[in-house]
Design a protein around this ligand. Structure first.
Ligand code: ADP
Length: 265
């Protein structure tokens, strides 16, 4: 009799445990599903928003020109340059999404060639200097001396660095200073993009390289973005056998280093 009671108690406890574990697993799965649904809907609305702004600017200024409302040559030039700038922006957003989907499908091909990292970065710096200075940024480039060449896909690495510069601009509302440095330590050659912007909390630093992730602060919410930029940066660095090192402090700034393995021999 006593034995049976003990066995029953053990059985009931086991059943209760199984039930609790089961309920927990169901709860976790449902929570995950809800999160994924939320991420998807945020992504669609972010992308639509990203596409809508340049599209409406292009059509507005094209219409103004078409109707002959731009009186002076100066005004015409201004409108043409807005149209071309916004068309470039549209192109970049579409490229980001296409590249991302290629990466996800494992279909992105890399064309690795021997390159001088300083020259690759110099080109980006020259292309972006005017634009950034116009936006009120102090933009500095410090190339390291005597950098050995690295094996990289120039287009992919440039895209990664441009993503970092874009972020530095977007998330530096007050102190507008961006610095790019190249350098080398014993096993890695690096390019670093550093800003004095809002910074990233310790908790979010682990998540920002995840696809679609965006920090949910007021400024980030008001800033346009797809949440894909850093996941592309990480993917590109993985494909180069390199890595990304992030140092950031909220309210102080962030620095992203892209580290490429130095060629042996
Ligand atoms: P997004 O399109 O939102 O910029 P990213 O993948 O490039 O997507 O970045 C993910 C998130 O990481 C951003 O939404 C932002 O919250 C944060 N972040 C990225 N770069 C910076 C930076 N330089 N300073 C502060 N926060 C940043």
């Amino acid at each position: 009799m006593k034995d049976r009671v003990v066995t029953n108690i053990i059985l009931i406890s086991l059943l209760t445990l199984v039930l609790i574990v089961g309920v927990y697993i169901v709860y976790r799965n449902i929570k995950r599903e809800v999160e994924i649904a939320q991420i998807k809907s945020d992504f669609v609305s972010n992308v639509s928003h990203e596409l809508r702004t340049p599209l409406s600017l292009i059509s507005m200024f094209a219409e103004t020109l078409e109707m002959g409302r731009a009186k002076t040559e100066e005004k015409k030039y201004e409108y043409y340059s807005i149209i071309s700038r916004e068309a470039n922006r549209l192109g970049r957003i579409v490229n980001t999404i296409l590249n991302f989907s290629k990466m996800e499908a494992g279909k992105r091909k890399y064309h690795i060639e021997e390159k001088d990292l300083n020259i690759v970065i110099e080109k980006i710096f020259e292309n972006y200097s005017f634009h950034l200075r116009n936006k009120g940024f102090e933009f500095i480039y410090n190339p390291a001396e005597n950098l050995p060449t690295v094996n990289i896909d120039e287009e992919a690495v440039s895209e990664a660095v441009i993503n970092l510069i874009d972020n530095a601009v977007k998330y530096s509302p007050d102190k507008k200073q961006i610095e790019i440095n190249t350098g080398i330590d014993s096993t890695y050659e690096f390019v670093e993009v550093a800003d004095k912007g809002i910074g990233i909390s310790h908790e979010d630093q682990r998540k920002i390289f995840d696809k679609f992730f965006r920090v949910s602060s007021a400024l980030v919410h008001d800033t346009k973005g797809t949440g894909l930029g850093l996941s592309i940066v990480k993917h590109v660095m993985d494909a180069h056998g390199g890595r990304v090192v992030l140092k950031s402090k909220q309210g102080v700034g962030s620095s992203f280093q892209l580290l490429f393995p130095v060629k042996s021999g």
